[in-house]
Design a protein around this ligand. Structure first.
Ligand code: CP
Length: 351
């Protein structure tokens, strides 16, 4: 059985296969209208969402399946103290696949280790958001026909932006992708994510000036400053409008630039930019549903009834005396969950 915690849980061949399936669904939706008849998707959202939850639900309905929806932690027994592990065991008795969002890094891994059905991570704290990456990948692929050789700029909150970390994890596996990391000092890409780029031999540069970065970019991935991850409200207020993309700033951009944003946007892209041919963020929304359809089909086709087959990166040595230094790691709140170390890092939050 396969679960998807991070985009790295899928090989490049599997990613390419999921893109091909999504393209086929786009071309022949009726052929897929009954593929998940009698199957149920449980959407467990312990953190707010518009796109991810509704597109997962639309995806399952368009495949002929049904949906069990938990739209907020407030409406669940998490408010009574139920653990993620117990929740995953319980929902396994009702559904065939789980899509889960949770504010704690590593929560999706805890669910996957305890569920009897596949778990798809719909966002775990500031850690990963693999299905947003699927939406991003299809959007880039539909615009350029390839990922190889592209120069991709990430702009804004690269520290807390989980969609950035997941998309980097995907793109490093294609040939000669270059990264331009555009952020203020305080919101730079975490070291573990930079290490992913270095380990794969890709080039990156860190800059703070968006306008100066434009001429080199094929793709600009704008991000929202993640208010919900800041411990200090004043720090958020100081940084939130560091980058605001307006139509006039695009004069220095390549003619075929693609501007992506996982949404929701706050101020970082002016609505005037929506009319620019490069604006691809509402395409991302559309593509997200088709990629989630393809992913649901993928995980259900791999459910052989055996326990979930986790990659080695999600396993390690239990160290009950160790405490993860990341205050928003799931190990701090989950009942009797000892941190597990691999190569000196917590496998749950990778910090
Ligand atoms: N892109 C994204 O994750 O949006 P939601 O938070 O609305 O799901």
């Amino acid at each position: 059985m396969r679960s998807v915690i991070d985009i790295l849980d899928l090989t490049v061949e599997e990613l390419d296969g999921i893109i091909a399936t999504a393209e086929d669904i786009l071309a022949h939706p009726d052929a897929y209208a009954d593929k998940c008849r009698r199957k149920k998707l449980a959407t467990l959202f312990f953190e707010p969402s518009t796109r991810t939850r509704m597109s997962f639900e639309a995806a399952m309905l368009d495949l002929g399946g049904s949906v069990l929806s938990m739209a907020s932690a407030a409406s669940s027994s998490a408010t009574k103290g139920e653990s993620v592990a117990d929740t995953a065991k319980v929902i396994s008795q009702y559904a065939d696949v789980i899509a889960m969002r949770h504010p704690k890094e590593g929560a999706a891994l805890v669910a996957a280790k305890n569920a009897e059905i596949p778990v798809i991570n719909a966002g775990d704290g500031g850690h990963c958001h693999p299905t947003q990456t699927l939406a991003d990948l299809l959007t880039i692929h539909r615009r350029f026909g390839t990922f190889d050789g592209l120069t991709v700029g990430f702009c804004g909150d690269l520290k807390y932006g989980r969609t950035v970390h997941s998309l980097i994890n995907a793109l490093v596996r294609y040939r000669d992708v270059k990264f331009v990391l555009i952020s203020p000092e305080e919101l730079k890409l975490p070291d573990y994510s930079k290490q992913v780029i270095l380990n794969n031999g890709n080039a990156f540069e860190e800059v703070s000036d968006l306008t100066a970065a434009f001429p080199a970019l094929d793709v600009l991935y704008m991000t929202r400053v993640q208010q919900e991850r800041f411990a200090d409200r004043a720090e958020y207020e100081r940084l939130k409008d560091t980058y605001i993309l307006t139509a006039d700033k695009l004069t220095g951009a390549k003619e075929n630039i693609a501007i992506l944003h996982p949404l929701p946007r706050v101020n970082e892209i002016s609505v005037q930019v929506d009319a620019h041919p490069g604006a691809a963020y509402f395409e991302q929304v559309k593509n997200g549903k088709f990629m989630r359809m393809a992913l649901i089909l993928f995980v259900l086709s791999h459910n052989d009834g055996q326990p979930v087959d986790l990659l080695p990166r999600w396993t390690g040595t239990e160290t009950p005396s160790h405490v993860c230094k990341n205050p928003t790691c799931i190990t701090h709140t989950e009942q009797e969950l000892a941190p597990v170390l691999r190569d000196g890092k917590c496998v749950y939050c990778e910090q």
